[in-house]
Design a binder for this molecule. Structure first.
Ligand code: ADP
Length: 267
C-alpha cells in the first residue's frame, strides 16, 4: 500500500514450484527506491550548491596569482596551492554532477548515431598531446560502426579509459586502443602496459571514490569518479565493462556494445 498515490517498485522473481508449477515472489522495494532517489537528489543538489561559491573563490585566486606581483610576493606558493586545490574541488564537483545526471535521466531523447571512429581520432590527438612522446601509442578504429546514443556521454566514457591508461602507465610503456565489430556486437578496448591492479582491488574499481592508491590518484589529479562515470554511461547504452588486469604487468578495459545498439553507415 503506497501512501499518497506514490509509485510502487516491486522486485519480482519467478521460481520453480513443485511439478510444472511456478511461484511468483513479489517484494515491495519502494522504500529502498525512494531512499536511493533521495540520495541521488542530495548529491546532485549539494554539488550544485557548492559550485557557485567555489567558482567565486577560484576566480579571485586566479586574479591574485596573475595580478598580485609585489605586495603578495611572500604568498605566491600558498596562493598557487590554494588555486590548485580549488581547481581539484571543481573537477570533483563537475564529475559528481556528471554522475548524478547519468544516474537519473533515462536515455530516450536526443539520441544520435555516434561515430566511434571519429571519437577515437579525437582521443588519439588528445592522448598524443598529453603523453608528449612518453608512451608508445597505437590507435585504430573500424570505420562505419555507429552507436545509437549520446556523443558527450560516450566521449566521457571512452576518454576516461584512455586518460587512465596514460595516468597509470609509466614512461616508455605502450597504450593500444581498438574499436571493432564482430557477430556479437562492437567493442572498444584500451590496453596498457602500466602498473596494473591486483585481483583484490579489481571488483571495486568502478565504485565511487575507490582508488587503489589514494595519494597517487590525488597527485595525478584524479577524482576517483572516472570509472563510476564509465560504468553508468555504458549502462545507459546497454554496454558492459570488462576489466582484465595483472599487477605490475598492465590492464585491459573493454566496453562491449550489443548489436541492437549499433548502426552501420557507409565508411
Ligand atoms: P582516478 O581519478 O583515481 O583515476 P578512476 O575511477 O578513474 O579514478 O579509477 C579508480 C582507480 O582505478 C584509480 O585510482 C586506479 O587505482 C585504478 N585504475 C584505473 N585505471 C587504471 C589503469 N589503466 N591501470 C591501473 N590502475 C587503474
Amino acid at each position: 500500500a503506497a501512501p499518497n498515490n506514490e509509485d510502487v517498485t516491486l522486485n519480482v522473481r519467478i521460481v520453480p514450484y513443485g511439478n510444472q508449477q511456478r511461484l511468483l515472489i513479489a517484494r515491495d522495494v519502494s522504500h529502498l527506491h525512494r531512499l536511493e532517489q533521495t540520495r541521488r537528489d542530495f548529491v546532485a543538489n549539494a554539488s550544485h550548491e557548492l559550485r557557485t561559491p567555489l567558482t567565486v573563490l577560484s576566480g579571485y585566486l586566479d586574479m591574485m596569482e596573475q595580478e598580485g606581483e609585489g605586495e603578495l610576493d611572500g604568498w605566491r606558493t600558498p596562493i598557487l596551492e590554494m588555486r590548485s586545490q580549488a581547481h581539484r574541488m571543481q573537477r570533483i564537483i563537475t564529475d559528481l554532477l556528471k554522475l548524478a545526471r547519468l544516474e537519473t535521466k533515462t536515455l530516450d531523447v536526443g539520441l544520435e548515431p555516434v561515430d566511434i571512429a571519429d571519437v577515437v581520432r579525437e582521443l588519439e590527438d588528445e592522448a598524443r598531446e598529453l603523453s608528449q612522446g612518453r608512451h608508445r601509442l597505437d590507435f585504430s578504429a573500424e570505420p562505419g560502426v555507429f552507436v545509437t546514443g549520446r556523443r558527450s556521454e560516450l566521449y566521457s566514457c571512452l576518454s576516461n579509459l584512455v586518460f587512465n591508461a596514460l595516468q597509470y602507465t609509466p614512461e616508455g610503456g605502450a597504450i593500444t586502443v581498438r574499436w571493432w565489430r564482430d557477430e556479437r556486437g562492437a567493442h572498444f578496448s584500451v590496453r596498457d602496459t602500466g602498473i596494473g591492479v591486483s585481483s583484490k582491488d579489481l571488483p571495486r574499481l568502478t565504485e565511487r571514490f575507490y582508488r587503489v592508491d589514494v595519494a597517487r590518484s590525488r597527485e595525478t589529479g584524479g577524482t576517483g569518479l572516472g570509472l563510476a562515470i564509465v560504468k553508468h554511461a555504458l549502462e545507459r547504452h546497454q554496454g558492459e565493462l570488462e576489466i582484465e588486469s595483472e599487477e605490475g604487468q598492465g590492464s585491459c578495459f573493454t566496453c562491449h556494445f550489443p548489436l541492437e545498439r549499433l548502426q552501420d553507415k557507409a565508411a
